[in-house]
Structure formats: C-alpha cells, structure tokens
Design a protein around this ligand. Structure first.
Ligand code: ZN
Length: 271
C-alpha cells in the first residue's frame, strides 16, 4: 500500500459565542481558549483533501456564498470552497468524492454554486456526494432547536443531485477509509477514519471540534443531545488511545492535529 496524501484546506476562520461553543461562561473557558471580545472566540474551519491512487476525496466544503452568514459569523475576506481549492493547486473537476460529515451550514455550503441564471449547480461536477441517511432526514425535517443550522435551499439541492450516495450504516467506503457514525451533535454525523500504512487518522469534526472539547464535561450548545455527545466522545476517545490514532480538529484555530493519552482520568495531549 502506498502512502495516502493528506492536505488541509483552510477556509477563513469565523467568530462565534464561546459560551455556546463551550457550554460554559467566558471566565471559565477563556483560561483554555483565547477570548477576542466579550464572549466571542475565533474558530478555524478546516477540511481535508485525501489523495490516494486515482481518488481525490474532499471532506466538507465550508460555508456557502450567502452574505448573511458572512455577517453573522464575522467572516473577513470570504472565499468559496472551489476558490480555496484552486489556491491549493486543485480544480473542482478533479474531485472524485465529497464526504459530508453533516449538513450544518459551515460544513456543506461549498458543495453547490449558483450559476449566472441563479440555478444551483454541483461545484464538483464529476464527484459523488456522500451524506448519511439520518442526517439527510434531519436536515429535511429539523427540530426547532436545529433549524437555524441548515440552509433549506441547499438541502433541497442535495435531494435533487443525481450523484448523491446516501449512507445508511457505518461502513468502509474503501478498505482504508472508514465512516464512523455519531448522533449526539446531530443525527448521523459521519466522520472519516483513515487507515494509512503506518498510522490511523481520525477527522474529529463536530464530535471533538477543538482541543478544549477533550474535557469530559465540555459539550456545546450546538449539540442536539449533549449527554449522548459526551458518552459517544468518551467511548471513541478510548478507541483513539488504544489504537494510537492521530486526531484532526476541524474547528481549533490553534491546534490542527494531536495524539491523545489519558492522565489522571483526563484526556490530554500526548508528547
Ligand atoms: Zn455541526
């Protein structure tokens, strides 16, 4: 087996209320994560591009071009997913697979683009689009608590896409690419586990958005079921430690990847 090539795709960081993200008050969480103003903090938005043999697999596509989101999340110098890929030296036409961890606005907005006639078209014309069945069902019929996390016009585009693959259960998409399911953040969060020749990489997405979320009691107000989120996270962290996975953080602006160990009953960075 050849080595799998991994590229980090960075969208412009965005600003959110840390009290929501860390489900805690600023005097507490700001001891671990920088506060920029009042309760606000700056978080990263990171995607993965995985290159192996003739496959070029993109994981998540950032925000859409909707200006309202750029205002709400204080995104300076917005660039769309395809623009950012081009900066990294890739063309949208080269992408063969797009894996959506879930369909919240900051994870799937770049998957479709408005053409000159204002019709929404797939940004990656030759790629298969992957989403979990549970997540698609949730996005089409969200609860009142989760409604604002979805962009309805975009979700509709997914349902109409001829190249959409709906994943019902946890599986191996390829012998080296596993899709693991979690349901505490949102129903059917689908996270890739990459089994490379000499290491296992886990894209922790919104299961462990930042390093600070390694704290056992640190759920977020964006989790639809915080207790389930914590239980699923703890269970998976045990696997991560036993199998020596490297974690990739999607939203930590200061740490993009790490190995973890357990010390005095806490999960900490391994040296
Ligand atoms: Zn989310």
């Amino acid at each position: 087996m050849k080595k799998i090539e991994i590229f980090y795709i960075h969208y412009p960081p965005f600003i959110i209320d840390g009290n929501e993200l860390f489900r805690d008050s600023a005097p507490n969480w700001s001891r671990y994560y920088p506060v920029i103003d009042g309760n606000l903090c700056l978080i990263a938005l990171r995607s993965l591009l995985i290159k192996y043999e003739n496959k070029l697999i993109l994981v998540d596509t950032g925000f859409s071009e909707n200006k309202e989101f750029q205002q709400i999340y204080h995104i300076k110098k917005f660039r769309s997913c395809d623009e950012i890929l081009r900066i990294h030296g890739f063309n949208p036409e080269q992408i063969t697979h797009v894996i959506h961890t879930h369909l919240h606005i900051d994870h799937c907005g770049g998957s479709f683009k408005l053409d000159k006639g204002k019709r929404r078209k797939p940004t990656f014309p030759f790629a298969q689009y992957f989403v979990s069945k549970k997540q698609l069902e949730t996005a089409l019929n969200p609860s009142i608590f989760e409604k604002d996390s979805f962009e309805p016009e975009l979700i509709e585009s997914f349902t109409k896409h001829h190249n959409l693959v709906i994943i019902e259960n946890e599986c191996f998409l390829f012998p080296w690419l596993e899709l693991a399911f979690f349901h505490g953040h949102t129903a059917g969060l689908m996270l890739p586990v990459i089994h490379d020749k000499d290491q296992i990489l886990f894209f922790a997405g919104d299961l462990i958005p930042t390093y600070i979320h390694l704290e056992q009691e640190m759920a977020s107000n964006f989790d639809i079921n915080p207790l389930r989120q914590l239980a699923e996270r703890e269970l998976f962290l045990e696997t991560i430690i036993n199998e020596n996975h490297k974690i990739i953080f999607q939203h930590d602006n200061f740490l993009k990847e790490a190995k973890i160990k357990k010390q005095n009953n806490k999960y900490v960075l391994s040296d």
